[in-house]
Design a protein around this ligand. Structure first.
Ligand code: C2E
Ligand code: MG
Ligand code: MG
Ligand code: MG
Length: 279
């Protein structure tokens, strides 16, 4: 019994410590946003037929002055809970527009620039309207923006999601469903959502070679996406053999450390130049 009580006390302590840390992080994050202290990296997306880069995904980075790098998986949920996601999206778009607008890559190498949208943001009509207007203010950049929303974000209100997605598409944006397969209604949702792209979650890619059932699911998703004429991308490709399997089962596009890590703009330019040089 004593041990139990101790463990509860310990538990309480870490909880309150965690809560305190979280409160401080929110303050720090607010400040980082206000001072534009977040930055972005770009992960290339490849067409597998010719192994050419056809797009990039923009990923936000935060280097905390005391704690060092904090993963988006940690601070994005904090941002969502504290009304900061919309500010982060705008910052990410502003940085990407600024860095890519004069790169000569838009429309030549890069067919699109994918930006991640938080669930809370996607589910707020006001925030999505404000976001699309913000994107449109970058005139030579807006047409390349693709919004990635997670499958689970669309599930809150399916009918509304269908509407929001078609409104965004009417404004010229393309839409991608991120982490596809993790939402438990994956197949049914494709019946209703007219998205431009599906990204197969990296957990399926990781199991591809060892788990026959995962492979079967991926095959089915690829076949379905192909017949719906939805672009399909495999996420998290880390090995050559995964790439081989994906090619064999008809997957046309992929992202992953094996093909290209997320990199700052200077590295991206070098990566693309190096790739263009090697046939
Ligand atoms: P995501 O959109 O699914 O992004 C893919 C994540 O997988 C990225 O992590 C990327 O660095 C990582 N990744 C890419 N290739 C590989 C691979 O081969 N193996 C493994 N193990 N991982 C790989 P990151 O940058 O830490 O982002 C994590 C998540 O945080 C993202 O998942 C996205 O949901 C969210 N996020 C990132 N940037 C933003 C942003 O600007 N706005 C919002 N709202 N969310 C963001
Ligand atoms: Mg994404
Ligand atoms: Mg993903
Ligand atoms: Mg993810």
């Amino acid at each position: 019994a004593k041990q139990q009580r101790n463990s509860i006390i310990y538990h309480d302590k870490t909880l309150s410590e965690k809560a305190m840390l979280r409160r401080q992080l929110v303050l720090d994050l607010r400040e980082a946003i206000a001072e534009q202290n977040l930055y972005v990296v770009y992960q290339p997306k490849y067409e597998l037929a010719e192994l050419s880069c056809i797009g990039v995904e923009v990923l936000v980075r935060w280097k905390h002055p005391q704690h060092g790098f904090i993963a988006p998986d940690v601070f994005i949920p904090l941002a969502e809970d504290n009304g900061l996601s919309s500010a982060i999206s705008k910052l990410v778009i502003a940085k990407a527009a600024e860095e890519l607008q004069d790169s000569g890559l838009l429309g030549s190498v890069l067919q699109h620039v994918a930006v991640n949208v938080s669930a809370t943001e996607f589910n707020s009509t006001d925030e999505m309207n404000s976001l699309s207007s913000f994107i449109e203010s970058y005139r030579d950049f807006a047409q390349y923006v693709r919004l990635e929303i997670t499958e689970t974000a669309t599930l809150t209100d399916m009918r509304k999601s269908v509407e929001v997605i078609s409104q965004l598409q009417a404004r010229g944006l393309t839409l991608s469903i991120d982490d596809f397969g993790t939402g438990y209604t994956s197949l049914a949702m494709l019946k209703d959502l007219t998205v431009d792209e599906i990204k197969i979650d990296r957990s399926f890619v990781a199991e591809l070679e060892h788990d026959a059932r995962s492979k079967t699911i991926v095959c089915a998703v690829i076949a379905m996406a192909n017949s719906f004429r939805i672009n399909i991308v495999a996420e998290g490709v880390e090995t050559e053999s995964q790439l081989k399997v994906l090619r064999k089962i008809g997957c046309r596009q992929a992202q992953g450390y094996y093909l290209g890590r997320p990199m700052i703009i200077a590295e991206l330019l070098k990566h693309l130049a190096d790739n263009a040089a090697t046939p």
